[in-house]
Design a protein around this ligand. Structure first.
Ligand SMILES: Nc1ncnc2c1ncn2[C@@H]1O[C@H](COP(=O)(O)OP(=O)(O)OP(=O)(O)O)[C@@H](O)[C@H]1O
Ligand SMILES: [Mg+2]
Length: 577
């Protein structure tokens, strides 16, 4: 489990294999230059210095300068390549994650907190980048350093080399323990990060409600609590790291003491030259940084592992709603919609819809009426496959909608929802969301039908930015834009979920007049709360407790079904109050 999450990033590393090789070669060359310096020192002390030869001193000093220059060029190349690799990997991983989120059905987002997704797409991906840009290279370079330095040491003085090699034992033991504990803590830190992001996001979106209900303090406290949790686990993380570092720091120091002791004795015995001892100590100094940085690198690796686990948790959820193998493209649609024995439940909950049979002829407008919570939105969402039926089937022109490609199904079905969402983009871009190639005439016609001419009076007309980063529009203005957006696509089937609820009666009447003309020839499923909107409908289906209780014209139902009368009169009363 532990290494597997990082291992699974291999496909993202594959395009960078060349860079990885270059990086290792350059790092190795730089390392080679660095390790040669102590040998130059030895040659200098034992040779020209001992003999008092000036020209030799010059030559060796120049060699040391050359090695230093070479090392810095190598360091530049290594950093540049590793940066490129890491940023490339981060970008492609993040794009995949985003594309994956886009493929997920609505139900996926019901189950995931948006802050968790946000922190996975931003923070976790960054943690992974850090490991590949820095940790991985140094892990390789450090192992390399160990090997090279140890070989040189053995050639200089086998006993001292043996002492140095022994220091690897406590190092490995400590690292194993650290890894285990650190992985758990860093996972906790990252999860709490996501929880905090969710809270910040909700507070930003719900700022009006928070203020209106005087809930600022409460939210502040809740945020404080959550932030404290993150603080506590971060501190635990830091403490663990500090303890490990302190222990690890002792290892080169103890080794140095032992080397000085035994090395000094060896020089006394004449078994080692003075230059040899200096060179040995210089080689040992080369090992200090690799040992000390091991803590940081292991910490990075553990953080990257748990970050990769978190990213793969998202990437591993198969989209529940997607094209079936062999799904067909429906190029032209007539627009006949049938519900055949449709049942639906959210997850494992109680059924929300049961035994729904409905038949919408091409061009017909069917209104859905029912108490709040009766299942109208749910029923409407089955047509464009925002949800899939649990039982029975929904067909378009006789094709089960699950047998059509999502792209072709959705190109025939336009939608406007109760709660219209506009994106941070210009009015025009928002309108063209479903029909990027629509012309100005289509836009104007849709705006006229939806009574959304107000956009021309915005400061920059159709180019005014709206949505979160732009001009705020009123609820009714947003609804009319969302309606226009659905109409621009010129769909064969239109699903309108109470799209006029925020409009005043006068504007509603104007929109309805436009819509009546527009809806001729478009099969429409219209969720309705107000009796006035019912004028648009050819027939009405009355939904009660997830079943179709009655279907007929508005006046037939008024006459035959007392419950229908009840629901509508309640709406009228609410309207009046
Ligand atoms: N995402 C969801 N997950 C679980 N249950 C849900 C979900 N959405 C709706 N429900 C439940 O399904 C039932 C039907 O909801 P639905 O939104 O379809 O009602 P509605 O008729 O559109 O109501 P309204 O008139 O208030 O818009 C409700 O009991 C609701 O609690
Ligand atoms: Mg609804």
């Amino acid at each position: 489990m532990r290494s597997s999450a990082l291992w699974r990033l291999k496909p993202y590393l594959r395009p960078h294999y060349g860079r990885l090789v270059l990086m290792t070669v350059v790092a190795g060359a730089g390392l080679g230059a660095a390790t040669l310096v102590p040998l130059v020192v030895k040659a200098l002390i034992d040779g020209p210095v001992a003999r008092g030869e000036r020209s030799g001193i010059w030559l060796l000093a120049l060699a040391a300068l050359g090695l230093g220059l070479f090392e810095s060029v190598a360091a530049f190349l290594r950093r540049y390549t590793s940066g490129n690799l890491a940023i490339g990997l981060e970008t492609s991983l993040r794009s995949d994650l985003y594309a994956h989120l886009q493929r997920q059905p609505v139900a996926f987002h019901d189950g995931w907190q948006s802050g968790q997704l946000l922190s996975r797409a931003l923070t976790d991906v960054k943690v992974i980048r850090r490991f590949f840009g820095f940790g991985l290279v140094f892990l390789v370079v450090n192992l390399f350093t160990f090997a090279v330095v140890l070989v040189l040491m053995v050639r200089l003085e086998p006993l001292l080399a043996g002492i140095t090699a022994l220091s690897a034992v406590p190092l490995l033991a400590l690292s194993r323990r650290f890894e285990r504990e650190y992985l758990a803590v860093s996972r906790q830190v990252q999860d709490r990060h996501g929880d905090l992001a969710t809270l910040v996001e909700e507070s930003a979106l719900g700022i009006r409600v928070i203020k209106a209900f005087g809930r600022r303090r409460l939210m502040g406290r809740r945020f404080g609590d959550q932030a404290r949790l993150l603080y506590e686990s971060s501190i635990r993380q830091v403490r663990l790291r500090a303890r490990f570092w302190a222990l690890i720091d002792m290892i080169p120091n103890l080794t140095m003491a032992a080397v000085l002791l035994f090395g000094g004795l060896a020089v006394g015995r004449g078994a080692l030259s003075l230059g040899g001892l200096v060179a040995f100590v210089a080689l040992l100094v080369l090992l200090v940084w690799p040992i000390e940085s091991l803590g940081e690198i292991l910490a990075m690796a553990e953080e990257a592992t748990s970050a990769a686990e978190r990213v793969f948790e998202v990437l591993d959820t198969e989209p529940g709603i997607r094209d079936r193998p062999g799904a067909v493209v429906l190029a032209e649609a007539r627009g006949r919609i049938r519900f055949e024995g449709v049942g639906f439940s959210y997850g494992s909950g109680a059924p929300v819809l049961r035994g729904i049979d409905l038949d919408l002829a091409p061009g017909e407008t069917l209104a859905l009426v029912g108490m709040t919570g009766a299942g109208k939105t749910t029923l409407a969402s089955l047509v464009p496959r925002l949800q899939d039926v649990s039982e029975g089937r929904v067909t378009l022109d006789g094709h089960d909608v699950r047998d059509l490609t999502l792209a072709s199904l959705r190109s025939h079905v336009g939608m406007a929802f109760e709660d219209p969402i506009l994106f941070s983009a210009s009015v025009r871009e928002n309108l063209l969301l479903g029909a990027p190639h629509a012309g100005d005439d289509d836009i104007e016609a849709a705006l006229a039908t939806a009574q959304a001419g107000f956009v021309h009076r915005l400061p920059w007309g159709l180019h005014t930015r709206v949505g979160e980063q732009g001009l705020s529009l009123s609820g009714g203005q947003r609804q009319r834009l969302a309606l226009a957006r659905a109409l621009v696509t010129r769909p064969r089937v239109l699903v309108l979920d109470d799209p006029l609820s925020a409009l005043d009666v006068h504007t509603e009447a104007l929109v309805e007049r436009g819509l009546r003309r527009e809806l001729e020839g478009i099969t429409t499923l219209l969720v309705v709360h107000r009796p006035s909107t019912l004028a648009l409908a050819d027939r009405v289906a009355f939904l009660q407790d997830g079943r179709i209780a009655a279907v007929g014209t508005h006046s037939e139902l008024l006459e035959r079904v007392p419950a229908y009368r009840d629901v509508l009169s309640r709406e009228v009363e609410e309207l009046a109050s």
